[in-house]
Ligand binder design. Structure first.
Ligand SMILES: Nc1nc2c(ncn2[C@@H]2O[C@H](COP(=O)(O)OP(=O)(O)O)[C@@H](O)[C@H]2O)c(=O)[nH]1
Ligand SMILES: [Mg+2]
Length: 453
């Protein structure tokens, strides 16, 4: 149970002595005079500004019975404490400049992280990896803006270096490139945060639902020998090697279905596949054996017959996929060795064989799809960040476009850089104008300070 003090200084001053050291005995007395006998209560004091909120905070460890808790809460409320509102501690740490918005988002993600990889990404963000990156970029913009404004105000005076503008343009170009590279990350952080959307596709009766059940280790989807059993999409979340996965079982893709419901199921399966991050294409190994074709030929014709060419990438399968040859228990021994290829796995749902190979193959792809976030290379984890970064880049590009025209107006151009800064500030929750002032004041006009102007 967490309480926050409403009148911080007044409340805590009573339990601090003249040297600001915490007097537990005084606090004990205050609680007992309000009818709370805590027994063996442990107090942990974090003094501001080094606490989570930046304010003085005390934590209690008490016996967990409801009566002890009620008595403590009642005593505390008489001592002018009240219950914290939801998120109030975090809000206070934001207002006290202890955490910025990206760190708060990271903290929320950390609390909700369900898999190891999500935890790692959230922890990096909560520890300020994204803030550091965006703050550095914001500082770079503010530096350029300061020089641009100095150029506007004083370009005719001699104390402005001639190549200031060129250097400034180069810095802005470098920054725009960095933002572009950061944006072209294949949405890695966002996918890791929300889960890798994985769709199981294939002909009816090849064992798609059996595969789903084996991956989530329960009978989630109905398995029968009747073709067209699965009609709607069945979606389940799972944790595969620390990666969060949203697995979708679909209706078998058959061209000749006359059944209205099955047709609708197929339409939905295709739509889902188009949006998927990863595709598991299931085929019947026994059917391949019967066909007498080479594996490559069979696979090509199978993809064509399902009309998956466009989704999987023009006949050639796109990168984020695995081909699963199911029902290997029905194969002759010598046929089992023909399934070769980086993204091909042979399994038997019936005998529960080959699943380790499948999981290894999926893990390898997921690590590429989700990336490996690090302190040096943090990834965008929210669409909100992406939107502001795109806006920021647009403003920088607008700046160069305006600047390339005849009779351009330097003041209007500079405003684009100010807007670009503001967009980065919106990601971290910082305000831009104060930064511009500091940059102008400290970096560009140090002599004004010396002269006391
Ligand atoms: N022999 C054998 N039969 C399987 C295997 N996997 C699934 N089946 C059978 O194939 C039929 C269709 O399975 P199902 O999972 O419903 O296929 P779906 O239509 O693709 O979802 C069922 O009768 C399953 O018992 C396997 O590995 N070996
Ligand atoms: Mg099915």
């Amino acid at each position: 149970m967490i309480f926050s003090a409403i009148r911080k200084s007044n409340v805590f001053a009573r339990w601090l002595d003249a040297t600001h050291s915490w007097q537990r005995s005084k606090f004990d007395r205050a609680l007992s005079s309000n009818n709370h006998k805590g027994g063996s209560t442990i107090y942990a004091l974090s003094s501001g500004p080094n606490s989570f909120t930046g304010e003085d905070t005390v934590e209690f460890q008490i016996h967990g019975g409801p009566a002890v808790l009620t008595s403590l809460m009642s005593a505390l409320s008489k001592l002018k404490f009240r219950l914290a509102e939801p998120g109030e501690f975090t809000r206070r740490s934001f207002y006290n400049n202890k955490l910025d918005l990206t760190e708060i988002e990271g903290l929320a993600d950390l609390i909700h992280a369900e898999t190891e990889q999500q935890r790692r990404q959230a922890l990096l963000q909560a520890d300020g990896s994204l803030s550091e990156l965006y703050n550095n970029w914001r500082r770079a913009l503010s530096h350029s803006l300061a020089h641009l404004e100095a150029h506007i105000d004083f370009s005719e005076e001699e104390n402005i270096e001639g190549d200031v503008l060129e250097k400034c343009h180069q810095n802005l170009k470098d920054l725009a490139q960095k933002i572009e590279d950061h944006l072209a990350d294949g949405r890695r952080g966002e996918i890791l945060r929300s889960g890798v959307r994985t769709v199981i596709l294939g002909k009816p009766n090849v064992g798609k639902s059996s595969l789903l059940n084996n991956l989530v280790q329960r009978n989630a989807a109905i398995v029968t020998s009747v073709a067209g059993t699965t009609r709607d999409i069945i979606e389940l979340t799972s944790n595969i090697s620390g990666y969060p996965v949203i697995l979708a079982d679909t209706a078998g893709l058959s061209k000749n279905s006359e059944d209205f419901i099955e047709k609708e199921g197929i339409r939905r399966a295709r739509l889902h596949a188009e949006k998927a991050d990863f595709i598991i294409l299931v085929a019947d190994a026994a059917e391949f054996q019967k066909s007498g074709k080479s594996f490559e030929e069979y696979l090509r014709e199978y993809v064509e017959s399902l009309e998956l060419g466009a989704i999987l990438g023009g006949g050639k399968l796109r990168k984020n996929y695995v081909v699963v040859m199911n029902k290997t228990d029905l194969l002759d021994e010598e046929v089992k060795t023909v399934f070769r290829g980086d993204n091909v796995v042979a399994i038997s749902c019936e005998m529960k064989e080959g699943f380790q190979d499948l999981v290894n193959c999926m893990t390898k792809s997921f690590s590429e799809i989700c990336g490996n976030p690090s302190r040096e290379n943090p990834t965008i984890s929210q669409t909100r960040h992406r939107t502001h970064l795109i806006n920021c880049l647009d403003h920088i590009n607008n700046y160069f476009e305006m600047n390339s025209k005849d009779n351009h107006d330097a003041v209007i151009e500079a405003e684009q850089i100010r807007r670009a800064m503001r967009e980065l500030g919106k990601i971290t929750g910082h305000m831009a104008p104060r930064d511009i002032f500091h940059a102008r004041a400290k970096r560009v006009f140090p002599s004004f300070f010396q002269r006391g102007l």
